[in-house]
Design a protein around this ligand. Structure first.
Ligand SMILES: Nc1ncnc2c1ncn2[C@@H]1O[C@H](COP(=O)(O)OP(=O)(O)O)[C@@H](O)[C@H]1O
Ligand SMILES: [Mg+2]
Length: 233
């Protein structure tokens, strides 16, 4: 390479972990579109924010990215392969960790039980006892180890959010998706949760995708994709 190299590389020279290729989506065949011709790339090692007003299709986009639904038109690619043709159950239980808006934790079970259920569902083998991995995950999301045996119904919203993140990470996915992860949290907790997401991307090379209303969360992300609400016919 000389100093006269005629181009600059702006995107990391890696395959995206997930990619939308001219994706459109309508809830009923021939119905009005919620998403029209979206082409977005999501690379490992970065935090992405997806923003837009209520009804713009953010949750719909997350279901497409997580393989829960398939596009009406276009393709969703995982490591370059069409997700519609892949084993999507395997993809969802192993390759991607999803943090739902409502956490979806089982309230009567303990923190450890919730995390271990997800590890069992992945059908992977682990190199350490599962409870030890759960304890290490709590440390990562900055919860005291005493919380392991606490029932979910005794935890605050911010604490449940941390457990939901720990659970999504439990089987070592390379992609993390979160729907409004800081929606009901105070500012200090929101900053702390964002620091965890940035660490997962920048230090562990995960691809982190967050749906958010929050300008602070968008500002703390590496890339922002803005959805607009499509006009109704
Ligand atoms: N299951 C469904 N069936 C029909 N329409 C739906 C369904 N889910 C969402 N929609 C519609 O799709 C649009 C986008 O919804 P959604 O993806 O939830 O947006 P956001 O998360 O940005 O608020 C809305 O107009 C919503 O009413
Ligand atoms: Mg939504």
């Amino acid at each position: 390479m000389t100093s006269e190299t005629p181009f600059t590389v702006t995107e990391p020279n890696t395959l995206p972990a997930l990619e939308l290729e001219h994706v459109s989506y309508a809830y009923t065949k021939g119905g009005k579109k919620v998403l029209a011709d979206k082409s977005y790339a999501f690379h490992p090692g970065k935090v992405y924010a997806i923003t837009g007003p209520s009804g713009a299709g953010k949750t719909t986009l997350l279901s497409l990215l997580s393989g829960l639904t398939t596009p009406s038109e276009g393709r969703v690619l995982h490591d370059g392969l069409d997700l519609a043709k892949a084993d999507r159950y395997r993809f969802r239980s192993r390759d991607i960790g999803v943090i739902f808006q409502s956490f979806n934790l089982l309230p009567a079970l303990t923190v450890a039980e919730n995390i271990i259920l997800s590890m069992d569902a992945a059908g992977k083998s682990f190199d350490k006892p599962k409870k030890q991995i759960a304890a290490e995950l709590l440390d990562k999301v900055r919860l005291q180890p005493e919380y392991l045996n606490e029932r979910i119904l005794h935890l605050s919203g911010g604490e449940q959010q941390r457990v939901a993140i720990a659970r999504a990470l439990s089987y070592g996915p390379s992609i993390v998706l979160a729907d409004e992860p800081t929606g009901n949290l105070d500012m200090a907790t929101q900053d702390d949760i964002m620091a965890i997401f940035r660490q997962l991307a920048h230090e562990e090379g995960k691809c982190v995708i967050i749906v958010t209303h929050s300008p602070e969360v968008a500002a703390a992300s590496d890339e922002v994709y803005q959805l607009v609400k499509l006009r109704r016919r």
